[in-house]
Design a binder for this molecule. Structure first.
Ligand SMILES: [Zn+2]
Length: 348
């Protein structure tokens, strides 16, 4: 894997990843904007931080292809956030970032505890092709993407003030995606969210994910080979929730061999195909790439999870009263039934 770093204005960075060494034609890109007012406030009733970032209200909303910030820039033409003529995978600091390595020093007349919004919000463009879909990417390209997630995790965690890194994707207008170009995001932060800490503790003390995979009821399996498996967890919180994990217990893909990464790439592609085939239309979902927060390294089983938001052809899963108020999830679909349906689908 090769990485070219380009320094943008106002301290932003652009990382261009490729499987082979390549040269880039640099072009003028979109200017950075001033960040202001980002900060965290402590909700002392729920024991959790709330992020505030007023600048995000102004972010680009569903632009057409001729105005897309994730397409390559054009010489004497469109300026984008990726100021080169072509690329394979690009990662850059979001222009509308909720977190920053130089956060503003905010002072409010409030007794509520305030913290600086330290960290980063990166955008990861999966491909230079605006109209491609995740499931149309080649196995080699998705393998590169898996390596990029792990590379950003490793590099961001080298900063001692960063304690948690989470690559994720929001897919579908139904859940508020503002750009159609295939992409995800990577947040790094100083805080470790409480629910993430709980899950990491359970991995460390009970070896939860490894045990789950090793003792999985075959009714919950969707697909597997000798290196990796896709399955519905027995306690799925979302309809048709899918997890993908290597059999080897590792923190991230840097500790996996190429053949193991290829197995995960195949399962990622087939899982997205299955979710899209389920109701004959694109499945809106969130996807998370789980890495250990600081303090839990070497006691973690890396995995990727899809949280699909459609429970029937014309029905979305909304997080309504009980979910929003208590955090408890109500699901209409049994995990065993979800796994059976996903497994039975004919995909090419
Ligand atoms: Zn685009």
């Amino acid at each position: 894997m090769f990485i070219k770093t380009i320094e943008r204005d106002k301290g932003r960075k652009l990382y261009l990843y490729s499987s082979q060494k390549r040269e880039y034609n640099e072009i003028e890109g979109l200017p950075s904007i001033d960040q202001n007012n980002q900060h965290l406030r402590w909700n002392s009733l729920r024991n959790e931080w709330v992020f505030y970032s007023p600048v995000r209200q102004k972010r680009t909303f569903l632009p057409n292809v001729s105005n897309c910030p994730l397409c390559p820039s054009q010489k004497d033409g469109m300026k984008t956030d990726i100021p080169v003529s072509d690329y394979e995978i690009a990662v850059f600091d979001n222009r509308f970032s909720a977190l920053s390595f130089n956060p503003p020093n905010i002072k409010f007349e409030t007794k509520t505890e305030i913290s600086s919004a330290y960290g980063s919000c990166e955008v990861i463009s999966y491909s230079q092709d605006h109209n491609t879909k995740f499931q149309s990417l080649t196995i080699e390209h998705v393998s590169l993407l898996i390596k990029v997630w792990s590379d950003r995790f490793t590099k961001l965690m080298q900063n001692p003030n960063i304690n948690y890194v989470i690559p994720f994707e929001n897919k579908g207008k139904e859940i508020g995606v503002t750009l159609e170009h295939p992409h995800g995001q990577i947040y790094s932060m100083k805080i470790i969210p409480e629910i993430i800490k709980t899950q990491a503790k359970n991995q460390k003390i009970q070896n939860s994910v490894s045990n789950l995979i090793n003792s999985l009821d075959n009714k919950l399996e969707i697909e597997k080979d000798e290196n990796a498996i896709s399955f519905v967890p027995p306690f799925a919180r979302y309809p048709y929730e899918v997890w993908i994990a290597p059999f080897k217990r590792v923190d991230c893909a840097n500790q996996l061999a190429d053949k193991e990464i290829i197995s995960i790439a195949k399962l990622l592609i087939s899982s997205v195909k299955r979710l899209d085939h389920l109701f004959g239309k694109p499945m809106p979902y969130t996807m998370a790439v789980h890495f250990p927060p600081r303090g839990y390294e070497n006691n973690f089983h890396h995995y990727i999870s899809f949280q699909p938001m459609r429970r029937d052809t014309n029905k979305l899963k909304f997080l309504a009263g009980i979910e929003q108020i208590t955090g408890l999830m109500l699901s209409d679909i049994l995990p065993e039934d979800a796994a059976f349906k996903l497994k039975s689908l004919e995909i090419d």
